[in-house]
Design a protein around this ligand. Structure first.
Ligand SMILES: Cc1cc2nc3c(=O)[nH]c(=O)nc-3n(C[C@H](O)[C@H](O)[C@H](O)COP(=O)(O)OP(=O)(O)OC[C@H]3O[C@@H](n4cnc5c(N)ncnc54)[C@H](O)[C@@H]3O)c2cc1C
Length: 460
């Protein structure tokens, strides 16, 4: 590849912190709150002008992973529960007790931004919005600083412990730590997708729903519509009357490649307008509907994972594996969106149950990589071990959210936002303890960490 040489330059230091969290999504936000509440001098750095990650920038909802599979019992507590309760106080989500009885927690995106602002400020987190992390400085296998770009120019933020909440394991990658990407066979990650919002929706008559799904499925199979889910929306990231969110679009590609991201944005925007037009012309109750919001960014489901001291596997998910160094629980299932971006598939999942029509390389050459089962045991959970958060290469780096150490199957379960928030609380608590004691993340005493998490309401 042709290159040019940038001049070396001195970079102003914007601050020195105990804990530096890059990325303010479901993984990074609770990490910063947890670290600051433990007395660590903490900074949260986010590229957008608001917090929430895909929950706000991506209009992604409902919050999943909050309860045990098939049972009205919470799988998460602590900061995640607190955030949901505060959303409910504003009318931006159902009450927590009711939410635990539901499969997902619908919420209001604007309330989410507001509550996230309030919680980080109350915790005493130093917040830096509009700041894009672009690289790091390391010494002797330790992160020293993250380098930022923004309207204030290029700046460095120094820290004792770092939490990677970028979703893409960017801190780990820049630091030269081992990372993996996508499925084992060909490195392809899950398809990207976008959730959009439609307003002006009247009640869709119950008896019309099955007919509508059949009609949409026929349009998909005829190549007239590109959507993976023949549904007409639900209460995802909206709780407002006459409004629905639609999680139906799909685009293949690598979310760490700007060409793929650009192609996905353009394709999904086109598809979205086709879908809304189809709803208006064909679905009873939707004749007056209109596109009321599209996301700030295309939704990226999977990119890099760190390589940790331990790695979660699909087998751990299916067996409900427990671990002595558990720091969070997950009861979600292996939900893989076709990495080829295909939509003509009744199951819409990448698994042995896919009809494999047209033939796919995984079925042809790597069938053993396909999940045969998808669900953890009913009413049970699998543990997220602390070792999955700890980079094996960089001593003071913890991963949070969807980029923890997990294989393609296991990350398809742990990537949901409820689980990411629980992981975040664990990452932030551990980072604060490590910074305070002046030890590497791996040396944080697991019994003390688990005690601290339990005292703060985390289920682990
Ligand atoms: C289409 C789609 C549908 C989904 N549906 C659901 C659902 O219904 N329910 C559910 O619970 N989950 C769902 N998910 C999964 C869930 O949204 C994500 O896995 C989750 O948000 C991951 O959290 P995270 O904090 O790790 O990453 P993200 O949510 O991606 O947050 C990362 C944050 O870091 C910031 N950031 C990244 N890089 C930098 C940088 N270099 N400098 C500064 N800031 C940076 C980003 O701006 C962002 O705020 C869906 C995902 C997609 C894509």
């Amino acid at each position: 590849m042709k290159t040019i040489r940038e001049l070396a330059r001195d970079v102003p230091v914007a601050g020195e912190f105990d804990v530096v969290v890059l990325g303010g999504g479901p993984g990074g936000l609770p990490a910063a709150i947890a670290a600051a509440r433990r007395g660590a001098k903490t900074i949260l750095i986010e590229r957008y002008g608001f917090l929430g990650g895909l929950a706000t920038a991506g209009l992604i909802g409902p919050i999943l992973g909050h309860r045990l599979r098939g049972a009205p019992v919470a799988a998460i507590g602590g900061i995640a529960e607190e955030l949901c309760r505060r959303l409910a106080e504003l009318g931006g989500a159902p009450p927590w007790e009711e939410a635990v009885r539901q499969g997902g927690i619908p919420f209001d995106v604007e309330a989410m931004k507001y509550v996230a602002d309030a919680m980080v400020q109350e915790a005493g987190v130093h917040l830096m919005l509009h700041s894009l992390g672009v690289s790091v400085a390391t010494t002797n296998g330790k992160l020293e600083a993250v380098i930022l770009e923004g309207k204030s120019g290029r700046q460095a933020v120094l820290g004792k412990a770092f939490v990677d909440g970028t979703g893409d394991a960017e801190l780990a990658f820049w630091a030269g730590a081992a990372t993996t990407k996508g499925r084992q066979a060909d490195g392809r990650p899950q398809a990207m997708g976008s959730i959009f919002r439609i307003a002006g929706v009247n009640d869709i008559p119950q008896q019309a729903r099955a007919k509508v799904r059949k009609h949409i499925r026929e349009a998909i199979d005829a190549g007239k519509l590109y959507m993976y889910n023949p549904g007409a929306g639900n209460k995802g990231s909206t709780v407002q009357p006459n409004e629905l969110t639609c999680n139906v679009s799909r685009a293949a590609g690598d979310g760490t490649n700007v060409d793929d991201l650009t192609a996905a944005e353009l394709k999904i925007r086109r598809d979205t307008h086709d879908i809304v037009r189809f709803y208006r012309e064909n679905v009873p109750g939707m004749q007056e509907c209109y596109l009321s919001a599209t996301p700030t960014t295309v939704g990226v489901r999977e990119t890099r994972q760190i390589v940790g001291l331990s790695t979660l596997t699909g087998d751990d998910v299916l067996s409900g594996a427990k671990s002595p160094d558990a720091v969070a629980r997950c009861s979600y299932w292996i939900d893989i969106h076709c990495p080829l971006g295909r939509v003509r598939n009744e199951t819409h999942l990448c698994s042995i149950k896919c009809p494999n029509d047209p033939p796919c390389v995984i079925f042809e050459s790597y069938e053993s990589d396909l999940p045969t089962e998808l669900h953890p045991p009913e009413g049970d959970w699998f543990d997220i071990p602390y070792g999955c958060l700890v980079s094996k290469d960089i001593g003071n780096l913890l991963a949070s959210g969807r980029c923890i150490s997990a294989d393609h199957h296991a990350m398809a379960a742990t990537r949901v936002m409820g689980t990411c928030m629980a992981i975040g609380q664990a990452a932030g608590t551990a980072a604060a303890m490590g910074a305070d004691a002046g030890v590497k993340a791996a040396a944080v005493p697991i019994d003390k960490l688990r005690e601290a998490l339990a005292a703060d309401g985390q289920l682990c």
